[in-house]
Design a protein around this ligand. Sequence first.
Ligand SMILES: Nc1ncnc2c1ncn2[C@@H]1O[C@H](COP(=O)(O)OP(=O)(O)OP(=O)(O)O)[C@@H](O)[C@H]1O
Ligand SMILES: [Mg+2]
Length: 636
Amino acid sequence: MPFETAPRRPIRELPDELISQIAAGEVVERPASVVRELVDNTLDAGATQITVRLSAGGVRLIAVEDDGVGIAPDELAIALRRHATSKITNLTDLESVGTMGFRGEALAAINSIADCALISRPAGQATAFSLNGLTGELSPAARAQGTTVEVKELFFSTPARRKFLKTDATELAHCIEAVRRHALVRPEVGFAIWHDGKLVEQWRASSSSTENQESQRNQRLKDVFGDDFINQSVQVDHTQNGIRVTGRAGIPDHARSRADQQFAYVNQRFVRDKVITHAARSAYEDVLHGHRQPVYVLYVEIEPTRVDVNVHPTKIEVRFRDGREVHQAVRHAVENALAAPRAAVMTQQSAQMAQMAQNTQNEPSNQSFSRFSASNTPLAGIFTASTAINYVANRELLPSETHQISDVTAVWPPQNNPQTATSNSFDSSPKNHSDDTIWPLGRAIAQLQGIYILAENAQGLVIVDMHAAHERIVYERLKSQINVAEAAKSSLSSQPLLIPATFAATPLEVSTAQECAETLLQLGLDITAFSPKTLAVRAVPTTLAKGDAVELARSVLAELALHDASTVIQRAQNEILSTMACHGAVRANRKLTLDEMNALLRQMEETERSDQCNHGRSTWRQISIKELDALFMRGR
Ligand SMILES: Nc1ncnc2c1ncn2[C@@H]1O[C@H](COP(=O)(O)OP(=O)(O)OP(=O)(O)O)[C@@H](O)[C@H]1O
Ligand SMILES: [Mg+2]
């Protein structure tokens, strides 16, 4: 969405009744505030190249040069007046602001605390004019089209304020950060920052004619944060309630100890907004635990009349007419982006790259790649059940129950089913895989220490924590089952036990079972008191039918005892399901056949959020051939 820049209106003083509507207050706190205001102005003027020159952390000098529309000589003096702006003229304009500035305050405020000069040459004018902000003297100057605002000796007349400034290095860092916030949202604009004669930062403008907005932004994000950020984040693009949310969300593994890489924009304005922060945070709830802070850059686009930018003098805060809608849109945008299993997305990306490189030369491999490039959205559903069916290509060799592997909701491992043949009856030879099949998580080759599955894929070695991965698969299955059940106003499908499992229970367990009987039934658990000190489990959720019923009952009762009111239970539902999933998941030291391991890998590829276990830790790691080679110093 290109920013509104032209046609430019004359700079006029705002009428008093409008002035009284504008959020007033201190805007200049430190050099970085000046930089932010001046860069805002250059962008409103349609600049494509912006140079910021600083001296002594910006305290001695801040000069911002642009190639924008410029200011007519007779308007230079007006630009420095309070409440003089070319951006709005009436209340309606104020309610649908599309520019960064609108108060007509910034230059006046800066001019009152520093020694300022405005040098500008509008398009079509033979010469530039320079206005001395202190004396009001206007003189001809040399300059190409555009404007330079020079701000010298900040706080020269208020030494007390100057004392509050930090070291030059710190003030410089804040100035760079101010420019960076603009750079992240305007890849089509080039930025350069000089400090004491040295170029300290430069972000080149993208060639807007050839690239789309997403690739332009990704390139800028790469330039600003480095390749790592792109590799460790997923694309966000979601529209809901007329609100579009784009950008990138860091994968849980890339989370940080501080919330210092969270950037949110509303209609290209950098904001600190509680609604957006909370929404993004809650999108990570199920995959990021503890105090880790996610990394993200999110761009929210919303009809300007649905957001009030006039709530804070520095415009860093905004108010949404309907915060709930924005919350939902942001939350779903990030949740969707994070849900897709990453191995699939990675394979899809590298397949697309390989496909471009190979240029349809190599028929068989292109065919297999096309599976992953069929959908270009990194959302869930890249893998259909058919991918798993392909894996079990040689179906005749498998016992009938194992066909369940191909079903996303199937119970894994098949061996748990007493009617399933033993592992020997699996066809464990590699002929199960047709040669043109590329599995993101590869083919299982071994089990290590009864804990890890080792697999081989195109990139190298994959190591999977089998319990953690399976726990997530069971958890996601339970969550979707309970959602379906809730929608149908029923409960999780459960399976009665032929012989109820009884156990000696504590008084708390007995009372919890009685008080929460309804919730337990909803969760597919039928637990009744057999005697004052004995509980009987009569039915368990079908998905968990193979596990230890008593252990499951005990953990769920313990979990329920923590939450008394039923409303709390509703909120704690995911925690309860997570506890249940732990019981349904394969335990360490269970010996798995290659087929069982492969079935687990295929389910991981299909299950949302399977890259993280229920506690937010990674379920698998990739070790590339390059890393293995480095380990053995091969090829040096
Ligand atoms: N770099 C620039 N190029 C062209 N015109 C500019 C530039 N900087 C300022 N102006 C003009 O000067 C006017 C006053 O700028 P100032 O920053 O004080 O107010 P504003 O941008 O309108 O509102 P705000 O106080 O919210 O920033 C602007 O409305 C604009 O017309
Ligand atoms: Mg301004």
